[in-house]
Design a protein around this ligand. Structure first.
Ligand code: ADP
Ligand code: MG
Length: 692
């Protein structure tokens, strides 16, 4: 029986870790033996099987080869050392191993007759396969090669993955003594077919084969998701227990009156969304709902209906948007929807005059103003409401948790609705926003002219320019989106917005008004440029993706995206949503370089305008992780799992978490001790346990 080691053990206590490497481990966040045990590899290098030299180069990735040295060629050129070793493998086939660089350690080291293991990418030329060596080992002169599956750990320059692996291997049985309690209840581990915890640590750190390592990894991902889903379930439970929101009464004829004041009928999806939000708001539990709908799906109307319900119960509302321009557009759209009910909209911006601000503040503090629309300015101290009952937050991911909390703090416990125009497949959204209820508007209002979308090669840009010129002559406007701000950026092959604006201004559209917008401009200048575009004082707006979310310019009818092959489909769909905002026929032109082989993917956009379908395709094609740019999930603090890639594991964990919280909300049962310990270790979740 191993005595339970003291929790104060330090990383330096391990064999092979000294005063020099200890701090390097600490830099990677590994300060204790337990942390090292829990430090998992993110992939493996399979060194088990050498490829016969005759077959090298077929996989496209790194490959292994074993052979006997028959000749060594070495030279120095311009500070570089080039070492070429010719080998024959056991089947008698020839191959070459090549090192280029400052090879202090290999230069002069090889002799004829030595047996070597080499691993690297394969190049082929007329003389046969060449291994660009990333790793090699000198083998015993006789005997079989026996390689293993090498774990690759997150490493640093001074603490390479091989050193980490060596320390783990050397100390492994001791490390196992530091295993934490298992967060997965024993019955759950059994029903999911997981090996015992210690055995799983062995299988990830010292795997015999990739399948075993993958099964063990799943166990750790599941445990991580279980902790996350349990904390979401506890948060939800806590919220449900707070009966401190105002339960609003829904007048029976309210929907009819609301619709009666509109120039059109609500779509089925809008009616459903309003029903769900009103039902939430009629409970004394604070609403916490995410309203997700594609651009143009009519979320504004749904927001107006929520404001109307609050107002008919004598409560005020606040809508917060990430930029002034967006806030201003919301106010413009909401005012006519609310005016028939005698409800006024107050705006609060950083840039407005003191006089306008004071007038708005007065109306809010007396309760006369039914709705405040603004930016972060809504959060400042002088802003007081008489009876704030509803907070609407647009594009919630742009606000930090703290800012959201500050808005909510302006009322005791307001109902909260988050709005987003980023389509995320439902299953994903349910995981990413685990403690929000979800409403999806999956239907566009009828009678919209679909945006015509084309994918064209870069050599056809002159035609695109001609097309823009023709439409500008008709009084319309165009966006031209480029992926980089300026040429100093990492990737010189990307078109830069600054250079493109200059080129258009000077060479192509010298007679037109060309504007430039990108993220490094001061906020004031961005707002100013956008405002000029809205007013029609700019014909062609060259921009990076900063225009992505939410701005409506009905007169803008052309969206040109340069280097379209560099974007995800979902992001291109978002960009396309910037046009087609009015009655005019609109176009989206996706330009990709002549030598890029990307058009199959872009074709999806030319065929579909369904944001959810496109998001699904994007996920399927680009694989997980790539959506990160569009979603910015809370998954950044996940260590092992990837919510997108491991969505099925997450779903399983969520079901288990809800069952556990339902039956044992304090996690007091012995079989939940490990889960409880894991939650108690995190300050953010510890509080949930105490309050349960
Ligand atoms: P979102 O905010 O979801 O992008 P908006 O609320 O701005 O969409 O609505 C986009 C446009 O569609 C607006 O011009 C709006 O007046 C119009 N619209 C909204 N709902 C309907 C409907 N049910 N029928 C017809 N047009 C609608
Ligand atoms: Mg909108």
């Amino acid at each position: 029986m191993i005595a339970r080691p003291s929790p104060e053990a330090q990383i330096e206590d391990l064999s092979g870790v000294g005063p020099k490497s200890g701090p390097l481990f600490r830099e990677l966040g590994v300060a204790t033996p337990q942390a090292l045990l829990e430090y998992l590899p993110f992939r493996y290098e399979d060194l088990r099987f050498p490829t016969p030299a005759a077959d090298l180069g077929k996989s496209g990735g790194e490959e292994n080869a074993v052979g006997r040295v028959v000749a060594v060629k070495e030279r120095r050129a311009r500070g570089l050392e080039i070492v070429e070793v010719h080998l024959v493998d056991d089947a008698g086939a020839r191959f070459t191993a090549k090192w280029i660089g400052r090879n202090r350690y290999v230069y002069g080291r090889f002799r004829e007759g030595m047996r070597l293991f080499v691993r690297g990418r394969i190049e082929r030329n007329f003389s046969g396969p060449i291994v660009a060596v990333a790793h090699y080992e000198q083998l015993e002169e006789s005997g079989d090669y026996r390689g293993d599956l090498q774990p690759v750990y997150p490493a640093s320059k001074d603490l390479p993955t091989r050193k980490i692996a060596a320390v783990i291997r050397k100390n492994f049985s001791r490390l196992l003594g530091f295993a934490p309690l298992d967060a997965i209840p024993p019955s759950v581990a059994v029903s999911r077919g997981y090996a015992p915890l210690r055995e799983s640590y062995r299988a990830v750190h010292l795997p015999e084969d990739p399948e075993e390592a993958a099964r063990a990894r799943e166990r750790f991902v599941f445990a991580e998701f279980l902790i996350m889903a349990t904390s979401a379930a506890l948060r939800r439970l806590e919220r449900e227990r707070d009966h401190d929101a105002r339960a609003l009464r829904v007048p029976p004829d309210l929907l009819e009156r609301f619709e009666g004041a509109l120039p059109f009928e609500l779509t089925g999806a809008q009616r459903r969304a309003i029903g769900e939000i009103w039902a939430d708001m009629s409970r004394d539990v604070p609403t916490n709902r995410l309203l997700q709908g594609d651009v143009g799906s009519g979320k504004t109307l749904v927001a107006a209906a929520a404001v109307l319900l609050a107002a008919s119960n004598g409560m005020q509302s606040a809508l917060m948007a990430p930029t002034e321009l967006l806030a201003w557009q919301h106010a413009e759209k909401l005012a006519p929807l609310l005016a028939p009910f005698g409800l006024g909209v107050e705006t609060l911006f950083g840039s407005q005059s003191a006089r306008a601000r004071n007038a708005a503040l007065a109306k809010l503090s007396t309760g006369e103003g039914a709705l405040a629309v603004g930016t972060h300015a809504l959060l400042t101290e002088g802003v007081e409401f008489d009876r704030l009952g509803l907070a609407i937050i647009d594009e919630q991911h742009r606000f930090g948790v703290e800012q959201r909390a500050r808005l909510r703090a302006k009322a005791l416990s307001p109902h909260t609705v988050h709005m987003t125009a980023t389509p995320i497949p439902r299953t994903l959204a349910q995981s990413l926003y685990a403690d929000l209820d979800l409403t999806i508007i999956d239907e566009l209002p009828p009678g919209r002219t679909p945006i015509e979308t084309f994918a064209v090669r870069g050599s056809r840009l002159p035609l695109v320019h001609e097309f823009i010129r023709k439409n500008v002559a008709l009084g319309q406007q165009a966006y031209v989106v480029a992926p980089a701000i300026d040429e100093s950026e990492d990737d010189a092959t990307l078109t830069s917005a600054v250079a493109e604006a200059e080129r258009l201004r000077e060479e192509i559209f010298a007679d037109l008004r060309v504007g430039l917008l990108h993220g490094r401009l001061p906020a004031r200048e961005k707002d100013e440029t956008m405002t000029r575009f809205v007013r029609g004082e700019i014909d062609v707006l060259v921009s990076t993706t900063v225009i992505e979310v939410g701005v409506d310019v009905a007169n803008a009818t052309i969206m040109v995206v340069l280097d379209a092959h560099r974007y995800g489909l979902a992001q291109l769909h978002q960009l396309r949503g910037r046009v087609g905002r009015g009655a005019l026929r609109s176009y989206c032109i996706l330009v990709y370089p002549d030598d890029a082989s990307e058009n199959g993917r872009l074709e999806i956009l030319t065929r579909s305008t369904d944001g959810f379908l496109i998001a699904d395709e994007d996920l399927r094609l680009r694989g997980p992780g790539q959506l990160a740019g569009t979603i910015q999930s809370g998954s950044s603090n996940l260590r092992f799992g990837d919510l997108l890639q491991d969505i099925d594991i997450y779903r399983g964990a969520k079901v288990v978490a809800e069952r556990i919280v339902g039956s044992d909300p304090r996690l007091a049962q012995p079989e939940h001790a490990g889960l409880r310990a894991a939650l108690a270790a995190e300050p953010s979740t510890r509080a949930l346990l105490l309050s349960s």
